[in-house]
Write a protein that binds this ligand. Structure first.
Ligand SMILES: Cc1cc2nc3c(=O)[nH]c(=O)nc-3n(C[C@H](O)[C@H](O)[C@H](O)COP(=O)(O)OP(=O)(O)OC[C@H]3O[C@@H](n4cnc5c(N)ncnc54)[C@H](O)[C@@H]3O)c2cc1C
Length: 537
């Protein structure tokens, strides 16, 4: 397994459970890819996980984690069910509640004149999500002939954008902005995002949002522990420089130091830009390299990690995500962020208070840790890509800190007074993403999920090289859930089992979930694990 992102570790663990001998090699010194966490000055940050859906009773991700035997090592906090996403658009605010019926009722009460449009809008969104859930079996011939009957929403809307659906159903500019405001979950404007992807992400959170206790790293750590119990190995700081192909078949990998690991199957959780662009011989990948040149990648981002000396809970803040937009033109803001750096002011911001999502989260004293993101293109940073952290010079540092200041200024709209209360701050650019997560051009979500880059038009789990498989954000879908399912699909192919479910143990309801905003009900019972939470590899 090349890479320890959620796709890679899910595949590795599922295969180990199926009795295979597995080794995971990861270039970073921390495991998890975008699910890694890092510590700075005693504060813990987890850039790539802010909420995961489907972890309530009967949820698909709960099924996966319980089925992989992770319940003993992994716990979640449920984030505010009355507002898992707080959308702040200019002077307006809308809180997205848990539960589709509550969401629809809240939207309809606020926009009664749009009631019929909202019904139509969500009928398509939910229909698409249902169709997608059936899709992997539907694309095979002759079942594909039934597609128009079994997946009618997909046939009609599969190659359309969210904007197409908004245009057909919703008129009110504020409502359109609200429905576009979770776009940061894929990073694309309504005019660009493939409707099926937008639909599946929105539906993913209908039944609540959950945050791993102890930070995102608890997910890879739980998986690695389970993997090691089954005899699997994980090696950090082990960069693969070549996938070995012998007699037309994947035969193993060669690490940067020259060590060769032979294997009957190789799975790459590295992005296809790395797999095809760097790890395989060019003569074997002409078609894939051509495809890579055509592929658009998702936008990159600027991150600000900070700690503040403020009593945010008593000020009324909670575990929900805060999405702030300067005005109702949310779609235009996303379009602009893809190709243009902010000019003096940031127009869109995502802010999360991790110490409220996860009471008991490692921090210094009573300080709260906050993570903030705004999308930026990679191009303005590309000229420094061959340089290392700390050696990029004054111009780079000035640009980085000035963007950090602009993010802080935008954060004042969410938490007035925050700038004066900051006790720690660190800014990360797209180059940081490249360095730590081996992302392609700093991409937040792998390939851009536009209509012509999905499903059979994206990168497939199986490859043209026998014995070589792929998984991760640029295959099936991005997100912890999407990447994990792609890993399970790769494992299914290798293990040769009929259904992905065959790789999982029983869903026994054992995964523990605590209410993030009511720590007084449970935290005292769990405080003993604070040391455990600081565990590293
Ligand atoms: C800012 C941000 C916020 C996000 N928030 C959420 C969220 O709230 N909820 C959610 O569900 N998703 C979220 N995501 C998305 C989610 O984190 C990712 O889509 C997902 O983790 C990607 O998983 P992956 O399996 O593709 O692997 P990746 O995380 O991309 O990991 C791939 C791994 O492969 C390794 N690798 C690459 N090349 C090599 C090589 N040559 N040798 C060895 N190792 C190699 C890399 O170092 C990396 O560890 C967020 C992403 C970002 C950027």
């Amino acid at each position: 397994m090349i890479g320890s992102g959620p796709g890679g570790l899910t595949a590795a663990l599922a295969l180990a459970r199926a009795g295979q001998k597995v080794i995971v090699v990861e270039q970073h010194y921390l495991p998890g890819g975008w699910t890694h966490s890092f510590s700075l000055n005693g504060y813990l940050f987890s850039p790539g996980v802010h909420y995961i859906g489907e972890l309530g009773p009967g949820g698909a991700v709960r099924r996966l984690y319980e089925g992989l035997g992770l319940s003993g090592d992994l716990e979640f906090c449920e984030i505010n069910p009355d507002g898992l996403d707080h959308l702040i658009i200019g002077d307006e605010r809308f809180d997205v509640p848990k539960g589709f019926d509550r969401l629809l009722a809240r939207l309809t009460a606020r926009f009664p004149q749009e009631a019929a449009g909202l019904e139509r809008y969500f009928r398509v969104i939910r229909g698409l999500s249902d169709d997608l859930a059936r899709l992997d079996t539907m694309l095979e011939f002759p079942r594909a002939l039934l597609l128009p009957f079994k997946a009618p929403n997909l046939v009609r809307w599969g190659l359309r954008t969210q904007e197409d659906l908004l245009d057909a159903t919703i008129r009110d500019p504020l409502l359109r902005a609200i429905l576009a405001a979770q776009g940061g979950d894929h990073g694309l404007a309504p005019s660009r995002v493939a409707l099926p992807i937008h639909a599946s992400i929105v539906c993913h959170y209908f039944n609540g949002g959950y945050y791993p206790r102890g930070g995102a790293k608890r997910i890879p750590l739980a998986m690695i522990r389970a993997l090691r119990r089954l005899g699997g190995q994980v090696r950090m700081r082990a960069r693969v420089r070549r996938i070995l192909v012998e007699r037309g078949r994947a035969a193993g990998v060669e690490l940067a130091g020259g060590e060769v690991l032979r294997a009957a199957s190789v799975v790459s959780n590295a992005d296809p830009a790395i797999t095809y662009g760097e790890l395989l011989p060019p003569e074997l990948t002409i078609r894939e390299r051509r495809k890579l040149r055509r592929m658009e990648y998702s936008t990159s981002l600027l991150s600000v990690f900070c700690a503040v000396d403020m009593d945010l809970r008593s000020m009324g803040y909670d575990s929900g995500n805060y999405w702030w937009y300067r005005g109702k033109e949310v779609g235009r803001i996303y379009e602009r962020m893809e190709y243009q750096l902010p000019r003096g002011e940031v127009d869109g911001l995502f802010l999360t208070i991790t110490t409220l999502k996860d009471p008991g989260h490692p921090t210094q004293g009573d300080h709260h840790t906050i993570e903030m993101f705004t999308f930026v293109p990679h191009a303005p940073f590309t000229r420094w890509k061959e340089t290392h952290t700390g050696e990029r010079g004054a111009e780079y540092e000035k640009l980085k800190e000035s963007l950090g200041d602009q993010v802080m200024a935008a954060a004042e709209h969410v938490i007035p007074g925050i700038s004066r209360a900051v006790v720690f701050r660190s800014v990360a650019t797209p180059l940081t993403n490249d360095f730590y997560c081996a992302s392609h051009r700093g991409a937040a979500y792998g390939t851009a999920k536009t209509p012509w880059q999905l499903g059979p038009l994206s990168f497939s789990i199986g490859t043209r090289i026998p014995g070589l498989y792929q998984c991760g954000a640029s295959t099936l879908s991005h997100g912890v859930a999407g990447a994990s399912v792609s890993g399970l699909m790769a494992a299914q192919r290798i293990a040769g089992v009929a259904r992905m479910d065959d790789l999982l143990g029983p869903a026994d309801g054992s995964l523990r979930v605590y209410p993030a905003d009511r720590p007084e009900e449970w935290l005292h019972k769990r405080k003993a694990t604070a040391d455990e939470l600081n565990e590293t590899m």
